[in-house]
Design a protein around this ligand. Structure first.
Ligand code: MF3
Ligand code: CO
Length: 295
């Protein structure tokens, strides 16, 4: 039995990756390396979650829609816009590009996108009653399904002139994601990414939410691995070429604690009511580093 419970093909049988090549000429050496690492106690995700070139092409087509929808939001968002309008923009954008918003009806989520303003950490629900005002900071978190492939990314938008400290929160959170990206190395640790993100945020005097993190993605919305941003370098899953996941820290200006008691069952807020920010990117680990798929 292999480390992940999958049955290895015979030497001359077709490789499991779908290349059509013989196993011995394709992933056999790769699998032996993984077996050896697993035997030495390293954590590895199951091989059936690794994305092959054809999968990556499918995810990219999905991500093109996701990025396009967020670009549309970026071009049109501003004071006076309701979060309901943002929801309609992204819904229409998806449908016009032969895709569907992954959020819509996901575990009962009622809208096509999450719009999280100021002290809302995540999962803000768009509404015609919520009007963006000068000084707000808002995260728009968008996910797309196209041809069965999933993509997911989010951006912060500053509405008009915002308080300089709030702007610093938004910028530091962006920089924390860039630091996380720089730490993505094949055969490195997922914890290296986490620690790099966390250091930028905490060095700036902010805190990083513990309860939510990034996730594997591609065949499903949320797959292994879970990607926390309070982990230590040199720990957690090994980064294997073909792993596809998000980096999406939620960074609080004040205390780390969150409030999950909104009666709507979704909207998460900072416990102290201070603002919070999040950026999300989706990547695939490559032989040499990573490729950015959605942003
Ligand atoms: N897009 C979120 C993520 O980054 C998930 C939102 S689920 C929803 O994982 F149901 F709230 F839309
Ligand atoms: Co995500």
């Amino acid at each position: 039995m292999s480390y992940d419970g999958l049955v290895n093909p015979g030497r001359n049988d077709e490789c499991w990756c779908g290349s059509g090549k013989k196993y011995k000429k394709c992933h056999r050496d790769f699998d032996e390396r993984l077996e050896d690492l697993a035997a030495r106690g390293f954590e590895l995700i199951s091989r059936d979650l690794l994305k092959m070139p054809e999968d990556i092409a499918g995810i990219k087509a999905s991500a093109d829609v996701n990025v396009g929808a967020l670009d549309y939001v970026a071009a049109h968002i501003g004071p006076g816009v309701t979060t309901e309008e943002i929801d309609q923009w992204v819904y229409n954008y998806c449908i016009e590009h032969d895709a569907v918003p992954a959020d819509l009806n996901y575990e009962g989520f009622p809208k096509s996108v999450c719009t999280s303003i100021n002290e809302v950490v995540c999962h803000g629900i768009p509404s015609p009653d919520v009007v963006l005002r000068e000084g707000d900071i808002v995260n728009v978190d968008m996910s797309t399904i196209k041809n069965g492939y999933f993509s997911d990314s989010s951006r912060m938008f500053c509405i008009g002139e915002v308080d300089p400290e709030w702007k610093r929160l938004v910028d530091v959170t962006y920089e924390s994601v860039q630091a996380g990206l720089a730490a993505v190395k094949p055969w490195g640790f997922l914890g290296d990414v986490s620690a790099a993100v966390n250091k930028v945020a905490t060095d700036a005097g902010f805190t990083v939410v513990r309860e939510f993190g990034g996730h594997g993605i591609g065949f499903e919305f949320h797959e292994d691995p879970w990607v926390g941003f309070n982990e230590k370098a040199g720990t957690g899953y090994l980064l294997v070429p073909g792993m596809c996941f998000t980096i999406e820290p939620m960074v609080n200006m004040g205390a780390q604690e969150i409030d999950m008691n909104d009666p709507n069952g979704w909207t998460v807020r900072t416990a102290d009511g201070l603002p919070t920010a999040q950026w999300e990117v989706q990547i695939v680990v490559t032989e040499t580093g990573y490729e950015l798929l959605s942003w």
